[in-house]
Design a protein around this ligand. Structure first.
Ligand SMILES: Nc1nc2c(ncn2[C@@H]2O[C@H](COP(=O)(O)OP(=O)(O)OP(=O)(O)O)[C@@H](O)[C@H]2O)c(=O)[nH]1
Ligand SMILES: [Mg+2]
Length: 340
């Protein structure tokens, strides 16, 4: 719920209140139990909310029923994240990818949207457009999806050329991955002296950025900053981020950045590992970079003592912000690359 609050604020909402219910399963009709829906409706009088956000993906039926019971807009977690993506997308490809994901999200929800309008009924202009209209709309959305896919494909072709040049040169790609807000871009900047947008916000980065880097052994690598992962994000949505996916597929090594000061650090790293597995990348060698250690260590010496005590060769303690532990990280990268 804390994370949902952050997401909501990032999307531009103000949080008026939160409600939690412990249920064996979400109810098919309302997601919540009947009594809880009433409680939520009563809360409207108290705090005066005008939108309700659920921390899960809702079925079209659940969404419609809730909107009718509460008489406000109801948004689910996926739609909220897509909204943030839409706000953040900077490149043309980024925007196309978000639009694609939004349309793919909308398509199965379309019938509900219309019968919803029909049921709200009564009065001119609110009458349902009927099945014929529905079919037209479905077709339009499918056409739009195809068009977006084609456009993305074109950009991809250009990128493939560039990629081929890269691979001819034989420079391995090292991709920085991790939960959103873990410090990926900060690490990327520290390693490459780049100026990628760093923000204490979720999904500050949407498009992958790549820089060339020289390791201590003089080996050249390409280092890539990528979009953050988050729990309960449908893989179909991640799949819309072709550029990031391609970058990950091509990578010789993944650096998994973990904010170890976060109280859900373990859950977050599990989510990242699960997503990696779902994307078929479980076999990629990776280094875990435990980040933000400056929040509990007072100097770089502090952490090197700790690091040598651990002896785990593929785990490195770093502070991306202070630049601590980066030499060790670079050595680890060189070592891992020489093994694979
Ligand atoms: N104290 C401390 N803060 C850090 C460190 N690294 C990153 N941060 C902060 O963590 C926040 C997120 O950093 P980003 O680099 O934007 O994180 P990200 O993983 O790229 O996030 P997204 O692109 O949004 O997924 C920012 O406020 C950073 O200043 C660190 O080593 N120490
Ligand atoms: Mg970032």
């Amino acid at each position: 719920m804390e994370e949902l609050t952050l997401l909501a604020v990032t999307a531009g909402a103000e949080v008026a209140g939160a409600l939690v219910q412990r249920l064996q399963h979400p109810t098919p009709a309302y997601y919540l139990g009947k009594g809880k829906v009433e409680e939520l409706a009563d809360l409207k009088g108290e705090v005066g909310y005008d939108v309700v956000i659920f921390d899960d993906e809702l079925s079209p039926t659940q969404q419609i029923n809730l909107e009718q019971a509460l008489e406000v807009k109801v948004i689910d977690r996926t739609a909220l994240i897509l909204d943030i993506f839409a706000k953040r997308a900077q490149t043309r490809e980024g925007r196309l990818q978000v639009e694609l994901a939004q349309h793919q999200y909308l398509l199965p929800r379309l019938p509900g949207q219309w019968s919803h309008l029909e049921r709200l009924g009564g009065g001119i202009g609110t009458r349902g457009p009927g099945e014929a209209q529905l079919e037209t709309d479905r077709r339009l959305i499918r056409q739009k999806i195809h068009r977006l896919q084609r456009e993305i494909e074109e950009i991809r072709t250009h990128r493939a050329l560039y990629r081929r040049r890269r691979s001819v040169q034989g420079i391995p790609v090292v991709a920085i991955i991790g939960y959103t807000n873990a410090g990926k871009s900060t690490l990327f900047n520290s390693l490459s002296n780049a100026r990628v947008l760093v923000e204490d916000k979720l999904f500050a980065t949407l498009d992958p950025t790549t820089r060339r880097l020289t390791l201590p052994n003089k080996q050249q690598v390409l280092i890539s900053d990528t979009v953050g992962f988050i729990r309960k994000l449908p893989t179909t949505v991640i799949a819309a981020f072709r550029a990031t996916l391609e970058e990950l597929e091509e990578a010789a090594l993944l650096i998994h950045v973990i904010d170890i000061t976060h109280h859900n650090a373990i859950e977050q790293s599990v989510t990242v590992e699960e997503t990696i597995a779902e994307l078929g990348l479980a076999e990629k060698p990776r280094i875990a970079a435990l980040n933000k250690v400056d929040l509990f260590a007072s100097s770089e010496e502090d952490i090197s003592d700790f690091a040598s005590a651990m002896k785990a060769s593929d785990t490195v303690l770093i502070s991306a912000a202070k630049g601590w532990g980066l030499d060790r990280l670079l050595e680890q990268i060189a070592e891992k690359l020489s093994l694979h």
